[in-house]
Write a protein that binds this ligand. Structure first.
Ligand code: GLY
Ligand code: MN
Ligand code: MN
Length: 460
């Protein structure tokens, strides 16, 4: 078989997931997997990643397929492999064999899908070829990040309800992704003393992912310019005084993700200024994780991180004032401009293809405050949710050199003192935290975050 094997327990789980969906909606749903995007000719395509809603119910990363879910039944639509494809791709399983693997009730050619669309809801797949096909077949706009049709919105809400908390099969995969990601980061630290370029550390890290037959769950960030929040370049030389920020996560064959960041000194030793700021970020990280319990508002966890960071920066003489007042003025966001984290599951930023439908409790919308607007999750926590906790400190020139920012905050930031911390461009510490009935479990806890232990890992 040229696709991952499924187990009978996974097939049971897939059945349970669609039974649960059937208890939430009374109309059919059709979920497309997406298609291969060619680079220059059809057989040379960009890496394929099946749509996550499809994966959740179908369990396998099948390209050019669709499933129709109604009353707990699954109908699989896909073409059989063409006779000539065996030459290039080997003997591929037939539609019927795949249907059996995922516990489908019926398997039909994709060409028949047009006869099974009546009253069906769907969710847009990100690739343009697929959402265009969805729109044409359903004769209405099916667009990414948009749910204008009542029926599609209802389906999306039902799927959010299911995917917000993880079942045992999902957790088994998420733990695998987390365990490999721990090894990934240790390999990155160990490779740093011999590396001259960011790219070499990235190679050591992604090599562990590839060796485990996994992929990255997002584009890796491995950079000495951690202040560029989504830095996806790897050409910088490593200098002894630099901090290296690595945000790298593995994704299992069936699509479940990890999302982890560590920041370590290239030389193997934090400078005193780097260590001071690192410990402020770590204090925020630890305080947040200690407060994760069912029922706790994730927005309050964000405010806790902001307050601990403000406190730490006051203690270092970088900020002046009462930490709580500083957070109300959004001063923390000058250095910690993003949210404390997000949902994690089949995707990093799980279900953000649905806008804020998954991240925000019904009736809540994004704040327009600079210090809260980038918060991606604003709900009470429930057992089975997996979230990231990822406080950071960054000196982003676009923020700190802005004339308006300088004048608004001239009395609360000690700019002179801040300049003594010029060797701290960006620090983030990110772990994956499962909400349990008793509190929380850090799935990535095996990866140290204490500054001394990090130094030892780099130096070993
Ligand atoms: N790796 C992306 C993030 O941490 O949100
Ligand atoms: Mn993250
Ligand atoms: Mn991350």
């Amino acid at each position: 078989m040229l696709i991952p094997q499924t187990s009978s327990s996974l097939v049971d789980t897939l059945r349970q997931r669609r039974q649960k969906l059937a208890s939430l909606i009374d109309f059919p749903a059709i979920l497309w997997s997406g298609s291969n995007s060619p680079r220059n000719f059809p057989a040379n395509s960009f890496a394929f990643r099946a749509n996550s809603h499809f994966l959740y119910f179908a369990g396998l990363p099948l390209a050019n397929a669709a499933i129709r879910l109604e009353a707990g039944k699954l109908e699989l639509f896909m073409e059989d492999p063409s006779p000539s494809s065996a030459l290039w791709h080997g003997e591929m399983p037939t539609r019927e064999e795949i249907a059996e693997q995922i516990g489908a009730d019926v398997a039909r050619p994709m060409a028949e899908l047009g006869s099974w669309l009546e009253d069906a809801a769907t969710i847009a797949v990100q690739d343009a070829a697929t959402w265009t096909q969805q729109s044409q077949l359903l004769n209405r706009w099916v667009l990414p990040q948009s749910l204008p049709q009542e029926i599609d919105l209802e389906l999306a809400k039902a799927i959010v309800f299911l995917r917000l908390t993880h079942d045992d099969a999902a957790l088994t995969e998420l733990r695998k992704a987390a365990a490999v990601t721990v090894q990934v980061h240790k390999a990155g630290m160990a490779a740093t003393p011999q590396a001259k370029l960011e790219a070499e550390v990235r190679a050591a890290m992604e090599g562990v992912i590839i060796a485990n037959n996994m992929t990255t769950s997002y584009n890796s960030i491995v950079t000495v310019h951690g202040e560029v929040l989504h830095n996806e370049h790897y050409h910088h030389h490593l200098q002894p005084g630099d901090l290296l920020l690595a945000d790298v996560g593995a994704e299992t064959e069936t699509g479940w993700a990890a999302d982890v960041t560590r920041t370590w000194p290239v030389s193997g030793n934090f400078s005193s200024t780097q260590r001071e700021i690192y410990n402020v970020v770590l204090a925020a990280h630890d305080a947040c994780i200690a407060k994760i319990y069912p029922g706790v508002e994730y927005g309050d966890i964000h405010l806790l991180a902001a307050t601990v960071i403000a406190e730490g920066l006051v203690d270092l003489g970088i900020l002046r004032g009462n930490p709580q007042d500083l957070v109300e003025m959004d001063v923390h966001a000058l250095f910690f401009p993003h949210g404390i984290g997000h949902l994690l599951g089949l995707d990093v930023h799980d279900m953000e293809d649905l806008g804020d439908l998954a991240g925000y409790e019904e009736g809540r919308t994004r704040s327009d405050r600079f210090g809260l607007g980038y918060l991606r999750l604003n709900r009470p926590l429930r057992p089975g949710m997996l979230v990231t906790i990822e406080p950071g400190f960054y000196q982003v020139p676009a923020i700190l050199n802005d004339a308006n920012v300088r004048s608004t905050y001239q009395n609360v930031v000690n700019w002179q003192r801040l300049s003594e911390f010029a060797d701290v461009r960006g620090i983030r510490i990110e772990d994956d935290v499962l909400v349990t009935t008793e509190g929380s479990e850090v799935l990535t806890a095996a990866l140290p975050n204490d500054a001394n232990i990090i130094e030892n890992l780099v130096n070993s």
